[in-house]
Design a protein around this ligand. Structure first.
Ligand SMILES: *Cc1c(COP(=O)(O)O)cnc(C)c1O
Length: 346
């Protein structure tokens, strides 16, 4: 049985076109910079982001960690949103690998206020660590895929520039943000010095991220990537899928957003189920089942019986993700199935 898998957009498998490109990919030893397909991907992403250079990494976590290591020195402090991925979901890597501590900024719907960011910058005092980096995230994962508006991003970037502090963007889903804002990805990446772009989420590549920035930054980042064991060899076999992810799959994300809205509206119309429709902007939907008196764990196991996968949770809030392999018809099936689970529980 094939499941309707709404756990995440990371479950997307490479498309047929990607598999064929992977089969045909020209390759070489990328540590010698001999892999023409990796070079092509890096040049492509650099251009897309309006940066001088880029570096292919094994994962988004690796790209972010390499970015933090490259921008900072041990003992520095970085300013970062309290719910962002780098702080929440990267296994404490910024402490363990980069040796930095954090100044957390509260976020509303994934947005940090520029004034709050500026307020966290450490002054010149013998007791203080040096503030060496500000991190943003767009779209914001834990905010349910909400988009940080460009003016807020510009505000934060201006704070960084005013104080000579680098700004990194975790743009794992930057193309989802671009689709929502109806701008080119580079207009978002213009509001930061460096950016991580994930190929393996809604863009369907089997693995990999690209970290873009200045030439000088990417040269130094390349060394940290090697240190982490991320100097890979004939990795053009996967970079080939990444090129299709960027050139082609990045242009169809509005479909996922439309399906997300359809699902949100369908679920919201069920008694006991609540979705804040204003917060459904991209491909992630946060659904609250507290009115129905069930937990995510209960929903997850019941839906599995009906051929639908969502992540369990001890709380009543469940995240649904739409992606390339979720069709409009699937959305209808999911709404019907949730209806059934709620009704049978009464
Ligand atoms: C998925 C994700 C990452 C990390 O990517 P991996 O490839 O899973 O390591 C980083 N930031 C955000 C916002 C993400 O959603």
């Amino acid at each position: 049985m094939s499941f309707i898998d709404m756990r995440s957009d990371t479950v997307t498998k490479p498309t047929q076109e990607m598999r064929e490109a992977m089969y045909r990919a020209e390759v070489g030893d990328d540590v010698y910079r001999d892999d023409p397909t990796v070079n092509r991907l890096e040049e492509l992403v650099a251009r897309e982001m309006g940066k001088e250079a880029a570096l292919f990494t094994a994962s988004g976590t690796m790209a972010n960690q390499v970015a933090v290591m490259t921008h900072t020195h041990r003992g520095d402090e970085i300013i970062i949103g309290e719910k962002c991925h780098i702080y929440t979901y990267e296994v404490g890597g910024i402490a363990y690998l980069a040796g930095v501590q954090t100044a957390l900024v509260s976020e509303v719907d994934g947005v940090m206020e520029p004034d709050d960011v500026e307020g966290k910058i450490r002054g010149d005092n013998i007791h203080f660590p040096k503030t060496s980096l500000i991190c943003m995230e767009n779209t914001h994962n834990r905010a349910g895929g909400m988009v940080v508006p460009l003016d807020k991003m510009k505000g934060v970037y201006e704070v960084g520039q005013k104080h000579g502090i680098a700004v990194h963007l975790d743009g794992a889903r930057i193309y989802n943000a671009a689709a929502y804002l109806n701008v080119e990805a580079k207009q978002i990446a213009n509001c930061c010095d460096t950016v991580n772009v994930c190929l393996s989420k809604g863009l369907c590549a089997p693995m990999g991220s690209v970290l873009a920035g200045s030439k000088e930054f990417v040269e130094r980042a390349r060394k940290y990537r090697k240190m982490l064991g991320g100097g890979m060899r004939q990795v053009g076999v996967v970079a080939a899928a990444g090129i299709i992810a960027i050139e082609k799959m990045s242009k169809r994300l509005q479909e996922d957003h439309d399906n997300a809205r359809l699902l949100a509206e369908g679920l919201n119309s069920i008694d006991g189920v609540a979705v804040d429709l204003d917060k459904v902007q991209t491909n992630l939907i946060m659904v609250d089942f507290s009115g129905a008196g069930i937990t995510g764990d209960y929903l997850s196991s019941e839906l599995k019986e009906l051929g639908i996968l969502v992540n369990g949770s001890p709380t009543p809030v469940v995240r649904f993700a739409t992606h390339y392999y979720i069709s409009k018809e699937d959305i209808k099936s999911v709404v019907d199935a949730v209806h059934k689970v709620i009704k049978n529980n009464k």
